[in-house]
Design a protein around this ligand. Structure first.
Ligand code: GMT
Length: 363
C-alpha cells in the first residue's frame, strides 16, 4: 500500500509510536510517506520511510503560522502526486481535520488518539466541534488504551478500537553495566524520562525523590526536557537534593540510562498510555507510576507498583519497598519478559494492517 503517516516530530510519545510504526510498515514492503515539520527523532537513519517535510511559511499578516493549512496542502499534493491510498494520522489535533480537508473523502483516513488530544485539547471549545466531525467521518479510529477509548466516546462520540503501543525490545534492553556512569556503587539509580510538560508532574518526582533520600542512598536521573524542567531543578535545589539529581536534557539514546536504572518513576496526572513506562519494563526496570489513564492496563503487580495520583508519601514508600524487596531481581526478569510477550512490535503492526485493510474495503 501507499500510506501517508502524519505525526509530531519532537519529544512525545505519539511521534515515537508513529515513526516506529511507519518504519516497520516500510520494512514490510509498503511505500510509506511520513509527514512532519522536522525529521522525527525516532525514525532510524537507514529507514526506508520517505520523509515528507511540512513547510509552514509564515507571513506578517498571519497572527501565527498556519500549520493545519500547510499540512493539508502537503497531504493534498501527495494524494495527487504520490498516489497515496490511505492516510494514518497520530494525535487528532489538528491532524484529523487537516487530513479531511486535504482528501474530501477520496481516500480512507485512519486516526490514532494518544492522550491529550482527547483529554485536554479535545475538550477545548476551540477544537472540539470540528475534530469531532472529522473523527466521526473517519474510516477507522484507534486509541492507545481502553481508558482513552472511553474518554473519546465521551468527548467526540466515537468508538475507537484499542491498539496498545509496541516497544522495541532490541533497543530497550537491560544495561546494568552502565549504572556506574550515573550512580555510586552504594546508590540506587532512579530514572524519569518525559517531555517535562505540566501533566507529567516532574515536580512531584523531585518531592518523592527527596523523601526516598531520607531512607536510602539514591540518585535521580531526569531524561528529556520541556517547559517544566527548570522548575523541577529549582525544586531539587530548594529541597537540598540537587547534588543527587542529574538532568540529561538532550539524551539521544535514552535507553542507555533507562536500562541502567533500578526503578523508573512516572508521576503523571494523566497518561493515555505511558510509553516511557513500557520502555522501562522492556529494559527490565520495574516501574512505580500513578494509577491514571491507561497505566493500569499495562502496569501489573508482577512488574511494578501503582499509587494514587498526588499521594507522594505512598509513592516514596512504594519505591523504597521495591528497592528493599528480595524479589527485585525476579521482577526485573518478569518486566522484560512481559514487555516482550504483550507489546511485540510485529503483532501490533499486524493489528494496524488489519485496520487499514478494513478501511480500504469500506472506502
Ligand atoms: O500529550 C503528551 O504529553 C504527548 C503525547 C503525544 O502525543 O506525544 O503523548 C501521548 O501519547 C503517548 C503515545 O501513545 C502516550 O504514551 C502518552 O501517555 C500520551 N500522553 C498523555 O496522555 C499525557
Amino acid at each position: 500500500m501507499r500510506i501517508g503517516v502524519v505525526c509530531y516530530p519532537g519529544l512525545g510519545g505519539s511521534g515515537i509510536v508513529a515513526s516506529e510504526l511507519a518504519d516497520r510498515l516500510a520494512r514490510r514492503g509498503h511505500r510509506v510517506f511520513l509527514f512532519a515539520t522536522e525529521l522525527p527523532m525516532r525514525l532510524p537513519e537507514d529507514s526506508p520511510v520517505q520523509f515528507m517535510p511540512v513547510e509552514v511559511p509564515n507571513y506578517p499578516v498571519f497572527p501565527a503560522p498556519l500549520y493545519t493549512l500547510a499540512l493539508a496542502g502537503a497531504l493534498e499534493r501527495a494524494v495527487r502526486e504520490e498516489h497515496l491510498e490511505l492516510i494514518h494520522t497520530h494525535y487528532a489535533i489538528p491532524h484529523a481535520v487537516a487530513a479531511k480537508l486535504a482528501t474530501e473523502g477520496r481516500i480512507p483516513l485512519v486516526h490514532t488518539l494518544h492522550g491529550t488530544d482527547v483529554t485536554l485539547l479535545g475538550i477545548d471549545p476551540a477544537y472540539q466541534t470540528l475534530t469531532s466531525k472529522a473523527l466521526q467521518k473517519a474510516s477507522a479510529l484507534t486509541a492507545v488504551s481502553q481508558h482513552l477509548a472511553q474518554q473519546a466516546q465521551r468527548t467526540f462520540g466515537v468508538n475507537p478500537q484499542v491498539i496498545y503501543n509496541a516497544v522495541d525490545t532490541q533497543r530497550f534492553r537491560p544495561n546494568p553495566g552502565a549504572k556506574r556512569f550515573y550512580a555510586a556503587q552504594d546508590e540506587f539509580l532512579l530514572v524519569h524520562a518525559s517531555n517535562f510538560r505540566a501533566v507529567k508532574r516532574v515536580g512531584d518526582i523531585i518531592h518523592v525523590f527527596a523523601k526516598i533520600r531520607q531512607k536510602l542512598r539514591a540518585r535521580l536521573v531526569l531524561v528529556g526536557t520541556g517547559p517544566e524542567r527548570a522548575e523541577a531543578l529549582s525544586i531539587a535545589h530548594s529541597l537540598g537534593v540537587d547534588d543527587s539529581v542529574t538532568s540529561l536534557a538532550t539524551a539521544k539514546n535514552p535507553e542507555e540510562v533507562i536500562g541502567a536504572a533500578d526503578v523508573f518513576l512516572l508521576a503523571s496526572e494523566y497518561e493515555g498510555f505511558g510509553q516511557s513506562g513500557l520502555e522501562a519494563l522492556a529494559c527490565g526496570v520495574p516501574v512505580v507510576a500513578t494509577r491514571v489513564g491507561g497505566i493500569p492496563e499495562w502496569l501489573t503487580p508482577e512488574v511494578g507498583r501503582q499509587v494514587e495520583f498526588g499521594d507522594l508519601e505512598a509513592f516514596a514508600q512504594a519505591v523504597v519497598e521495591l528497592l528493599s524487596s528480595p524479589h527485585l531481581a525476579q521482577m526485573r526478569e518478569a518486566a522484560r519478559q512481559y514487555a516482550q510477550a504483550h507489546f511485540n512490535p510485529e503483532t501490533i503492526t499486524d493489528q494496524y494492517e488489519r485496520v487499514y485493510a478494513s478501511a480500504m474495503q469500506g472506502k
